[in-house]
Ligand binder design. Sequence first.
Ligand code: 5AD
Ligand code: SF4
Length: 460
Amino acid sequence: MELELPAREPDAAQQPKKVFVKTYGCQMNVYDSQRMADALAADGYVSTHTVEDADLVLLNTCHIREKAAEKVYSELGRIRQLKAERAAAGRETLVGIAGCVAQAEGGEILRRAPVVDLVIGPQSYHRLPDHIRRVRGGDKVVETEYAIEDKFEKLPALRKAAVRARGVTAFLTVQEGCDKFCTFCVVPYTRGSEVSRPVHQIVAEAERLAEAGVREVTLLGQNVNAWHGEGPDGVEWGLGRLLFRLAEIPGIARLRYTTSHPRDMDDALIAAHRDLPALMPYLHLPIQSGSDRILKAMNRRHKADDYLRLIERIRAARPDMAMSGDFIVGFPGETDADFEDTLRIVREVGYAQAFSFKYSQRPGTPAADHELQVADVVKDERLQRLQSLLTSQLNAFNTSVVGRSCPVLIEKPGRKPGQIVGRSPWLQPVILDESAGRIGDIVDTRISHVSGNSLFGQAA
Ligand code: 5AD
Ligand code: SF4
C-alpha cells in the first residue's frame, strides 16, 4: 500500500516567482512576450494571468501611435499602487518595460515613472534573465543598445509544454526591422534595420512547433516579404522558397505571413500562392493611402495603380485571395480629394478585413514636423467614413462565404458549451458543434450563416 503524505503548502519563500506579461501592439510583440516568458521560465518564473499575484510585471509596449504609449503610462500608475500594496504585505514587485516604447524612450521612462526597475529594448530579450537578476539585487537597468549577438540564437529553445498550452496555431518571427522609412512611422527607429533570421533557425523552430502539435504557422516580420537568406543549397532564398520548405514539415498544414510591403511582393512569392496549397489565401498588404501625392509624401515608393496591378497579379495566381490592409487618414497635407482617392482604392480592391488609423505625429519621424497637419475633427470624420465603407466590405465578404464549403482548422472550445471554434482559410472565425472534430483537426465545413463577425457551419 502506498503511503499518502498530507499535501503541504510550500511557504512563500519556496514558491516559484510569478511573472505577468502584458502585451500591447502587434503580433511580433505577442511572439516576443512568449519568448520572454519562456526565457524567464528557464530561470524558474511561472506565468500568471493575474497582475496582483505577480512578483515581476513586464509590459511589452508599442510605440506606433500616441495612445499606445499613453496607455502604458496610465497602466504604470495602477502598478505603482499595486507595488505599494504588495510592499506593505512584505512582498516585492519588480516592474519591467519592454518593446518599442522601451526602445524609444529608454531612461526617460525611469524619470517619468520611477516605479519601473528595468527598461529593455526588443533587441536584447535574450539578456532579460541576467537583467532581472541584477534588478533583484537592487539595480535599475536600462538596456536599449542593439546587441551584436543574435538574440534568437541566444534565447532558450521553445518549450514544448508552453507551445502546447498555447494551442494549434503559432507565430514565428522570421524577420525584424525596417529599412523603408515611411515618413510617418517609428518602426525603423524602434526596431532597427531589416534583419532576416537564417533558414536553419526558422526550420528548426517550425519543426519544434510542429512536434508540439502546431498545425498552422504565421511567419512574422515588419516587412516579412523582405525576408531573404541563404538556403542549405547555397542559393539565396526569398520568402516564397522558405514557405515551400516549411510546408514539407510533417504536421504543418497551414502557413500564413504578415506584414507585407507591396514593393517586396516578388514573382516567386506570388507563384507560391498559386502552387502551395498550405499557403492560405489571405494577404495583409497595406497601402496606407489611395492618393499618389500622399503616397509620395509618405515615401511609400509606389503608386496607387502599382498596387492595383499587383493585386490583379496576385488574384490571377490565387482567385479566392482575401485582401487585408492598413490605412492612415489625415496624413499631413491630405485634402478631401486625396481622401476620396483612398475611398476609391478601397472600393476597387474590396477588402475582407482592414485596419484604419488617424495619423498620429510620432516625434523624430519626418512627417511629424510637417506644417500642414490635419485637424482632428477632419481626421475623425474621414476615419468614420472609411471605417463604415470597410465594415460594409467585411460584412459583404463574410456573407459571400455563406452556402460554400471550406476547410476549417479547429482551434479551441467555443464560448458556449457544446461549441468549438476554428478558422476558415480566410482567417474568419467559424463556430461549429463540438462533435465536428477535435482541436487541431481540419474539418470540411459548410458555412450556414453569419452572426456578428463569426461564421457558423456544419461538418460537410
Ligand atoms: N499614425 C497612424 N498610423 C500609423 N501606422 C504606423 N505609423 C502610424 C502613425 N504615425 C499604421 C500604419 C501601419 C500600421 C501598423 O500602423 O497603417 O501599417
Ligand atoms: Fe513602418 Fe513603412 Fe516600415 Fe511598415 S514599411 S514598418 S509602415 S516604415
